[in-house]
Design a protein around this ligand. Structure first.
Ligand code: UGA
Length: 442
């Protein structure tokens, strides 16, 4: 008989996990407190943009294996319960807000059947799993709790869930590992690396991985600052160091830095937790990683001022990109939007265009203006800022675009456009970490 699982919390992580686990042959019920979200999912609609997920969701609902409910009693027959609720940054500190995870455990403890396993997937401060396991066993001694962190990237969520680079399971008992092996039997048959750990190590793997990625990005952005000061080119530097397999070329794209719902809040929560553990010195460097990252945003604004003058009032600034990265409509801690609102606050007329993220951006920052196309966005612009590297922006014809702007001035905040092409079409092009190679005006 097919293993039955439940997924608690149907946001990014949960909706993806539910659809993917169903496609692996498991019987899945997804539950959430938000009736609007559940109604959408029941109708085969994904409440956010994630390539390939909606098709998979519809296929799996059609198979009869995947259902959704707001009624938590629907999970009572499941063998395994995956907790996929959010752990955002707390309002008044750097720490993670654990209230959704805590209340999920409280809510399901007495509903679930004896012998079932609760599996946390949310990113949590180390020590949470042991604390939650103790609480769960206090409420229901016949069950167990494990931790199984998730490494999916937005934009590649389906592929990352179906074919993960590794599976990490933090378990307190061999029975818990055996159940998780059943869940991931397909991946194990594909030789996906299987790492068994204790609960704290499993929690730490996740934040260590995200801290490493954030460090890599801030490292190359620090090199960008040095390149600017010394007249070098960070894109050439990144390419050259990336050939060393010990370094690797990925995540060395210099620009306006990292954002989103994970990297920024995870490194902050990790610092906060290390201080609680009396080990804050070990993660002091993450403070610098965060500062370098935030500085990249300020450097774009300085560049705008250096081109348009200190007084930005009444300048028209066109912004290409609002999402925190391409192939996503997520605007949480988006560097592109952060820069946009800072320039708006300086008095400019800021118009933003993004292929997918405008609705989310508008609901967060209604004071920004939004255009329905690239052309409308750049019309009469004094400067164009390229801040999220969507494929659509790479195919822009700079000669045609030049006819629409007031002044052909581009800042490529992601080092992703073809600088020579734009320059040869008559644009002055500036980028972080690259010397100004524009022909000098005589
Ligand atoms: C990140 C991790 O990559 C996932 O492994 C992890 O599961 C996820 O967080 C999570 O904790 O849930 P994600 O937030 O989807 O995934 O995005 P990334 O692809 O890691 O990009 C993060 C940010 O870094 C973006 O703003 C991106 O534009 C920026 N970035 C990335 C750079 O500025 N330069 C680079 O070279 C790469």
């Amino acid at each position: 008989m097919a293993l039955k699982i439940s997924v608690i919390g149907t946001g990014y992580l949960g909706a993806t996990h539910a659809a993917c686990m169903s496609s692996l042959g498991l019987e899945v019920v997804g539950v959430d407190l938000d009736p609007a979200k559940i109604a959408l999912l029941q109708a085969g609609k994904v409440p956010f943009y994630e390539p390939g997920l909606e098709e998979l969701l519809q296929e799996q609902i059609g198979s009869g294996r995947l259902t959704f409910s707001t009624d938590f009693s629907a999970i009572s027959g499941a063998d395994i319960h995956f907790i996929c609720v959010g752990t955002p940054q707390a309002e008044n500190s750097l720490a993670a807000d654990m209230s959704y995870v805590d209340s999920a455990v409280e809510k399901i403890a007495k509903i679930i059947k004896p012998g079932s396993l609760v599996v946390g997937k949310s990113t949590v401060p180390v020590g949470s799993a042991e604390r939650l396991r103790a609480r769960l066993l206090e409420l229901n001694p016949a069950v167990d709790l494990a931790w199984n962190p998730e490494f999916l990237r937005e934009g590649f969520a389906v592929a990352d869930t179906l074919h993960p680079t590794r599976l990490v399971v933090g378990v307190a008992t061999p029975e818990a590992e055996a159940l998780l092996r059943q869940v991931y039997a397909t991946n194990l048959a594909e030789q996906t690396p299987w790492v068994v750990a204790d609960l704290p190590t499993a929690e730490l793997v996740k934040v260590a991985a995200n801290s490493f990625l954030a460090t890599k990005i801030s490292f190359i952005n620090a090199m960008a600052e040095i390149c600017e000061a010394a007249g070098g080119d960070v894109t050439v530097l990144a390419k050259a160091i990336g050939y060393d397999p010990r370094i690797g070329s990925r995540f060395l794209q210099a620009g306006i830095g990292f954002g989103g719902g994970c990297l920024p809040k995870d490194i902050r929560a990790f610092m906060a937790r290390s201080a609680e553990l009396g080990a804050d010195q070990a993660l002091e460097f993450l403070r610098e990683i965060d500062s370098i990252n935030m500085r990249a945003r300020s450097r774009v604004i300085e560049l705008v001022r250096s081109e348009l003058g200190a007084d930005l009032r009444d300048k028209k600034v066109a912004v290409l990109g609002a999402a925190f990265k391409p192939e996503s409509d997520d605007v949480r801690d988006s560097p592109a939007l952060d820069i946009s609102v800072q320039i708006l606050a300086a008095g400019s007329d800021v118009v933003v265009y993004d292929p997918k993220a405008m609705a989310n951006a508008a609901s967060r920052f209604p004071a920004l203006k939004f255009a329905q196309s690239i052309e409308e966005c750049v019309a009469n612009a004094d400067i164009v800022l390229h801040l999220t590297e969507w494929q659509e922006f790479r195919t822009i014809d700079p000669t045609q675009l030049r006819t629409l702007v007031r002044s052909p001035l581009l800042i490529d905040g992601r080092n992703a456009l073809d600088r020579e092409l734009w320059q040869s079409a008559g644009w002055r092009v500036l980028a972080l970490g690259r010397a100004d190679t524009n022909p000098r005006e005589s």
